[in-house]
Design a protein around this ligand. Structure first.
Ligand SMILES: [Zn+2]
Length: 258
């Protein structure tokens, strides 16, 4: 698994202080791209990751930092549209009016599948489920992946909600942690900005007790607060290995077998 970016939200994306290319996974030869934000094509080609080997592209939700490079990555996955190949997964509202995927690319794909709450999907010998709709301004799902050898979950953008911990039991957790502390529009506590913050991640990790947790998708204040130090503090507080992802970082699933 390669992190092609660890930045999230507007100011991080437009400045590219941290990249925003999503996550490239190779699961026993099954290659899957998750949330290809702006720069994915640059970040992947410079690391010799070959898009024509991708089996699928998954978008958790239509926000630009998760979908900006969808079209170019579908073109790359299908050899410039010349080879019908690969699957595209996204929530209905990313495919409806103003879709994230240009219509001319649809015929190049083997299929488009709509993500819905509590559904299960198959990519080769990898299964993933979308257990719960997230609390976020657009239709958003996280995923629990099951490979022949491992389980891991991707907790995409969401406001914290108590039941979240009932849905993401896995050996490894990836948590999009945008903020150091919960934030509110105009400072009004009735108007939360719908993202996870460090205390939410701490609660999720200490409740679900994965073998490893990886924090990513950092906003500007999170980056300024040094994610590495935050992850070290969370490791100490929870007794669980917490890693802060860095641009280009690779995670080897064999680490979960140790
Ligand atoms: Zn979002």
């Amino acid at each position: 698994m390669t992190f092609l970016g660890t930045g999230g939200a507007r100011f991080m994306i437009i400045s590219q202080v941290l990249a925003s290319g999503g996550i490239w996974m190779n699961l026993g030869g099954n290659e899957i791209l998750l949330d290809p934000g702006p720069g994915c094509i640059v970040q992947s080609t410079r690391r010799q990751l070959k898009a024509d080997r991708l089996n699928a592209i998954i978008v958790s939700h239509r926000h630009l930092d998760h979908s900006g490079d969808v079209n170019v990555m579908v073109e790359a996955m299908t050899d410039g549209g010349h080879r019908q190949h690969g699957y595209f997964f996204a929530p209905a509202d990313a495919l409806g009016p103003e879709p994230v995927l240009f219509s001319y690319l649809k015929k190049s794909l083997d299929g488009i599948e709509v993500l819905e709450e509590k559904k299960s999907y198959q990519i080769g010998d990898v299964t993933f489920t979308t257990p719960v709709r997230h609390t976020h301004p657009v239709e958003t799902y996280g995923m629990v992946f099951q490979t022949p050898r491992h389980t891991f979950a991707y907790i995409a953008d969401t406001l914290f909600f108590k039941e979240i911990v009932e849905h993401y039991q896995a050996e490894m957790l990836i948590i999009n942690t945008l903020f150091t502390e919960p934030r509110f529009y105009g400072g009004d506590r009735r108007l939360p900005i719908e993202h996870l913050a460090v205390p939410d991640a701490a609660y999720i990790i200490s409740t679900l007790k994965p073998k490893t947790a990886i924090l990513t998708h950092f906003g500007m204040t999170m980056w300024q607060a040094k994610p590495k130090e935050i992850a070290e503090r969370l490791s100490q507080d929870t007794g669980i290995k917490v890693i802060s992802a860095t641009d280009g970082m690779k995670f080897d699933f064999a680490e979960l077998d140790g």
